[in-house]
Every structure is written in structure tokens, then in C-alpha cells.
Design a protein around this ligand. Sequence first.
Ligand SMILES: NC(=O)c1ccc[n+]([C@@H]2O[C@H](COP(=O)([O-])OP(=O)(O)OC[C@H]3O[C@@H](n4cnc5c(N)ncnc54)[C@H](OP(=O)(O)O)[C@@H]3O)[C@@H](O)[C@H]2O)c1
Length: 232
Amino acid sequence: MRKNILLIGGSHGIGFEIALKLYSEHNIFIASRTNENLGNLEVTHIPYDASKDEIDASVLPERIDGFVYCPGSINLKPFKTLSPLAFEEDMQINFMFLVKIVHNLLPKLKNSDQASLVFFSTVAVKIGMPFHTSIAAAKGAIEGFAKALAAEYAPQFRVNVIAPSLTDTPLAKRLLGNDKKKEVMNNRHPMKRVGQAEDIANIASFLLSDNSSWITGQVIGVDGGMSTLNIN
Ligand SMILES: NC(=O)c1ccc[n+]([C@@H]2O[C@H](COP(=O)([O-])OP(=O)(O)OC[C@H]3O[C@@H](n4cnc5c(N)ncnc54)[C@H](OP(=O)(O)O)[C@@H]3O)[C@@H](O)[C@H]2O)c1
């Protein structure tokens, strides 16, 4: 069946890679602030800024089968330099805007036989990492939200979370900005490389497909072994 899949974000990074994988088989709607990167890709772009706008539901189909929320942040600083406002901002973009849009889209998600929702966390929720207090807190909220939502709406919706480690996308460019940084980051991972957007898009595509119809309420680490292996 040709599904209607809404990507909040999808103009670049992991969301774009998901769109590339799925556009030929499904109807893809990308809601984001920019669309220059989309070129002639056969998707429907909806101008949308999660921090300002309500999504224009009238341009969306009545039935949404797949939903992915991509906006996020990597705000790594010592706790003492992170103001409460910085925590609030991370909470807004990662978590609160997600809650708001899922709430708005409930009627369209309920029109699907079994909607699949995919959110993003981070490896830094499962293992404590210095300088991650704000982002780990915001992504931890997503993990709790996703499990509770999955329980409340089973079997109608499936809700799963992908928890990546460092992945080479525009969001991570400050951490991977030169060869030295890349080498250090590659070596931190048991698999000796950071993630590529495609590594994460592969699992997201699976979670959006019927092949994962018995998987819900999961937080899936896609992290080059970072969250579970200690090889030092
Ligand atoms: N990359 C990593 O290392 C990494 C690691 C762990 C977790 N994650 C998580 O994985 C998810 C995807 O990350 P990514 O690396 O693909 O990020 P990215 O490269 O920054 O892409 C984010 C996407 O979301 C859109 N977006 C951002 N702010 C938005 C807003 N206010 N309103 C509407 N759309 C907005 C962007 O489009 P526009 O700019 O066009 O609006 C873009 O399409 C994030 O939640 C991130 O926290 C990433």
C-alpha cells in the first residue's frame, strides 16, 4: 500500500535520507523551513517552522500512516554554563513542539489502519556523557513520552524511538568540522566510524514499514556500539 508519510524536517540530514529512500513507494510530505536541497525530488513540501507555526493541516491528506519528527539540537556545554533558558530552548525544539504537532495530527493518524510514529533520542540518554545535561534531559522526555503514547494507543499506533550516536549531518558539523575531529570521533565508536544519515534512515524506514508491525514502544540504539560495548 502507498502510505502517506509526514516528515517534520526532511530538507536535509537524516530526514532527507529517509525521503530519498521512500519517495518512490510512498507519498512523502516534508514540513520544514527550507526546501532548496529537495531539488526535483517528488515530494510535497510544506513551509513550516515548528517554533512559530501550526502546521497547515489542510494541505495534508486525511490519513497519515507514517510520522517522523526530525528537528533537534546538539547543545554540548558544561552544566555550569548552561542557563535554565538553554534547557528550555532544547526542551522546546526537541520535545514540546513534537508534543504539539502530534496532538494536532491525532485525527489524521487515527484514520490510518496502524500509524507508525518515529522520534529521535540520543545515545546520551542511555549512557551519561559529560556536557550533555540539557540535550539528554530533552531527549529523555521524548523516550518517556513515546513509551506512554505507544501504550495508550496500542494497537492503533506504533511509536518507536531511534537513539543515534554522532551522525554526519548538518546538525553535527561543528563536531566533525575537520579531519582531526572526525578521526577522534570515529575512534570513540566501537565500529570505528561515526554514523552516516543513511545508517539512521535505514532503521527509520523499517520502522515506518509493515515489516516492523510487531515493534512498538522501543528505543533502538543505532550507535556503532557506543551505548553497549566497552572495548577499551
Ligand atoms: N546528527 C547527530 O549526530 C544526531 C545524534 C543524535 C541524535 N540526533 C537527532 O536526530 C534528529 C535528526 O538529526 P539531523 O542530524 O538529521 O538534524 P539536521 O541535519 O539539523 O536536520 C533537521 C531537520 O529538521 C528541520 N528543522 C529544524 N528545525 C526546524 C523547525 N524549527 N521547524 C521545522 N523544521 C525544522 C530541518 O529543516 P530546515 O532547516 O529546512 O527547517 C532539517 O530538515 C534530531 O532530533 C537530532 O537531535 C542527531
